[in-house]
Design a protein around this ligand. Sequence first.
Ligand SMILES: [Zn+2]
Length: 215
Amino acid sequence: MTLRIGKANDNDFVVAEPSVSRYHAKLSRDGDGSLILEDLSSTNGTFVNGSQILKKRIAPSDRIMLGNNFELNVSEVLKSNNDYSEEFAALKSVYSEFVAQKVRIQSATTFRARLFQALPFALPGIVGVAIGFSGKGTSLFLGVSLLVAICAPAAGVYFGAKQAAKAPQLLQDLSNRFKIDYVCPKCGTFLGEIPWESLANKKHCQAPGCRAKWS
Ligand SMILES: [Zn+2]
C-alpha cells in the first residue's frame, strides 16, 4: 500500500491547503505492517512530533504536519483508502476475551454442579465416621444422620441443576454482546464466530459492498 498526499487532484489523499505542495508526502506500509511517512521534496517540509523528517516510521498517534498549517490525520488518510488495520487489530482482544469468558462459564457451572451434587453424598459418610470414632451412637445422632442421608442428595441435585440451568442464559448474553462488539470497523457487519487470526489472513471484510481491508 502506498498513498500519495498533496494538493494535486490525482493524489490518493487530496489536501486543499495553499502551503501544502502538489505532491507533498507519501504514506506506505512496510512488510510487517508498520507505517512509513516520506516527504516528496515538499516546499514547506513534513514534520513528525515537531521534527522535520525525510522518511520516518510513524504511529497513528504521532502529530504530523504538512508545512506549518496543515495537520495530517493518519487514520483519516487510511480510512479514505479503506485501510482499517488499526481498528481491526483492536478486535483481537475482543475475540480472545469472548473465548475465555465462554470457557469460564462452561467450566464454572459444571464444576459447581458436580461439587453441589457430590458434597451431600459425602456428608452421611462423614457423620457416620464421626459417630464411629466418638463411640456415641445415640438414637438422636442416628436420626440426624438418617435425615441428612435422605435430604442432602435431593438438595444437592436441586442446587446442581439450578446452577447448571444458568449456563445457557449466561452464554446467550455473552453471545449477544459478542455480536455487537465483533464487527467490521467500517460496515458494522458481525464477523461471525471466526478466530481473529483467520479473519486477519483474509485481509478484508467479507460483507458484500464493503471494501474495508486490513493488514
Ligand atoms: Zn465491512
